[in-house]
Design a protein around this ligand. Structure first.
Ligand code: HXC
Length: 513
């Protein structure tokens, strides 16, 4: 018996890379961590319990029967983050390049099944050369088993993918289905086909970093939601992200206790410029409204004309969707619609109330936009807002023009409370463009057309470039002062705390993908 225990202890010791994890804190210098170190830093201290340490692969081809390594290249188990249960897997690149065998996949699937039954997030720390080449189709099947579970878990439990090394081929589709992807700068990459294949097929010369590095996917493709400077930063960012998100679709957001105090914010009075065509930074409005340093931006470098992210308002976790006037005047285009739509759907899946800040001159015109499907893509954002049943509050700070007024969480598509600042302009289009169309004849025939245009512009602006017409129709519930916005929003979300909406029974809607 003693012999067996000793054997087991030796096996476990060797699997822990020769000497436990006590040494990790002392040795870590901010670079690449081992798989076990990553799990250690991700979770609350001493909370990790491993499942499947003894699993080895079943492959007998290519001499693999003589190469058995405990755990088969992936560490799986559960632990806590901020004292809440999470499931985690970490691929170990030192074992067959972290490649995914049939048994490696089985371990991940077992974890995902447990997570679904127990309603807790799954975090995948990916670092893998892809399908285990020696195993052929068994490994491909293993990937598909994971994709299937990713899909069935979507909207039930949060799923987060960290890319901390290579992630190539079909392997990229598991992270793509999960809710959030975070990539480590300069040490991770994702692509369906690598630089060599690209060269052969398209004759383009490109490096792995250019093709699928963190900065490429953060700014060009939008595949990654977040980036991190190094492994440790990545794990910390996952911890922060989880602090805003509930455990599953049936639980409430993790809120922090907050005692109401003086909630006026005079700083908000000075943000909107006198000149309506002058841009300003909507992030200043966000910072002025939410709890100090609580804004956690998602997709920061992608489609910067819309801002999305989490924050706290009087301790309550909320999602923010906001037009950004300093980028393309805050216009809605293909990419910003996709970005906004995806975030709205995440918030709605997981009971996160939404605050929508509006300053939008409309949809971006042009052949590029039309040919790239601004119609279908704009509809994604419209659809996502319309189907959302979480508490939804809109605040129009300045422009809300045309179709974009409807799309940006208007009263008509189900927003619960709609506020506007006195600087709001709610109209079909800007006063100049509108006057040029509807008063064209009068202007052309006038002795001084330029003067006439100015007159008509003023007339139109006096009628529509304000929030009062919309308020008189009840489309705006209240015109509020900037400095009082935080207080109003805190009260509004508290009032909506127990909001419940039943939708007609259906299998699922058909969002214009
Ligand atoms: C088995 C693999 C492996 C794999 C790497 N290794 N990838 N073993 N299956 N897919 C092994 C290597 O043989 C090597 O073993 C060790 O891992 C480290 O690999 P290196 O090549 O030495 O490391 P590095 O130079 O850092 O290069 C990393 C790499 C490269 C770029 C990821 O290993 C690579 O190109 N691997 C193959 C990638 C690939 O084509 N995978 C299939 C993708 S298709 P030793 O014993 O020498 O240390 C796919 C389909 C999924 O995944 C489909 C889902 C639907």
């Amino acid at each position: 018996m003693d012999n067996k225990i000793e054997l087991l202890q030796n096996k476990i010791k060797s699997a822990y890379l020769g000497g436990g994890i006590d040494r990790i804190e002392k040795q870590h210098k901010g670079g690449k961590l081992t798989a076990r170190e990553r799990v250690h830093f991700l979770l609350d201290p001493d909370s990790f319990e491993e499942i499947g340490l003894m699993v080895t692969h079943r492959c007998t081809d290519f001499g693999m029967e003589n190469q058995q390594i405990l755990g088969d290249g992936v560490i799986t188990g559960y632990g806590t983050i901020h004292s809440r249960l999470v499931y985690v897997f970490a691929q170990d690149f030192t074992v067959f390049g972290g490649s995914l065998s049939e048994t490696h996949a089985e371990k991940i699937c077992k974890l995902m099944d447990l997570a679904m039954k127990n309603g807790a997030p799954v975090i995948g720390l990916n670092d893998s050369g892809g399908a285990r080449i020696q195993e052929g189709v068994s490994s491909l099947g293993g990937y598909a088993d994971i994709f299937y579970r990713n899909t069935l878990s979507s909207g039930v439990i949060p799923q987060i993918s960290a890319i901390m090394g290579p992630c190539a081929g079909g392997a990229v589709y598991s992270p793509a289905i999960t809710d959030f992807t975070i990539m480590v700068e300069n040490s991770s990459y994702m692509f369906v086909t690598g630089p060599n294949v690209v060269k052969t097929v398209t004759n383009e010369t490109v490096t792995s970093e250019e093709l699928g590095g963190a900065s490429t996917h953060a700014s060009k493709s939008g595949v990654t939601h977040l980036t991190a400077h190094n492994d440790l930063d990545c794990l910390n960012r996952i911890r922060t992200l989880l602090s805003y998100i509930p455990q599953n679709c049936e639980s409430k957001t993790p809120n922090i206790e907050y005692l109401l105090k003086e909630e006026f914010r005079p700083v908000l009075d000075n943000i909107i410029p006198e000149n309506a065509n002058q841009p300003y930074d909507m992030k200043e409005v966000i910072q002025g409204i939410v709890d100090d340093e609580s804004f956690f931006e998602i997709h920061e470098q992608y489609a910067e004309n819309i801002i999305v992210g989490f924050a706290r308002l009087a301790g309550r976790s909320i999602g923010i969707i906001a037009n950004q006037p300093i980028s393309l005047a805050g216009v809605l285009d293909v990419n910003s619609s996709k970005k906004g739509g995806r975030f709205v759907r995440f918030c709605d899946c997981f009971n996160i109330p939404m605050l929508v800040l509006v300053d939008v001159p409309g949809f971006l015109p042009g052949t590029d936009q039309e040919w790239n499907g601004i119609i279908t893509n704009g509809a994604k954002l419209l659809y996502a807002f319309s189907e959302a049943t979480v508490p939804r509050i809109t605040l129009i700070t300045r422009k809300a023009y045309g179709g974009a007024y409807d799309v940006m969480n208007s009263k008509h598509i189900g927003a619960d409370l709609n506020f506007a600042w006195p600087t709001a302009e709610i109209a079909v289009m800007g006063a100049k463009g509108a006057s040029e169309i509807i008063f064209r004849k009068e202007i052309v025939e006038a002795a001084d057309p330029a003067q006439k245009l100015l007159e008509k512009e003023k007339e139109y602006a006096d009628t529509f470039a304000n929030p009062y017409k919309a308020a008189s129709r009840g489309f705006i519930d209240e015109v509020i002062l900037p400095n009082d916005s935080r207080r109003k929003l805190i009260k509004g979300f508290a009032m909506l705390e127990n909001k419940k909406v039943d939708r007609p029974k259906r299998k699922h809607g058909n969002i214009p993908l």
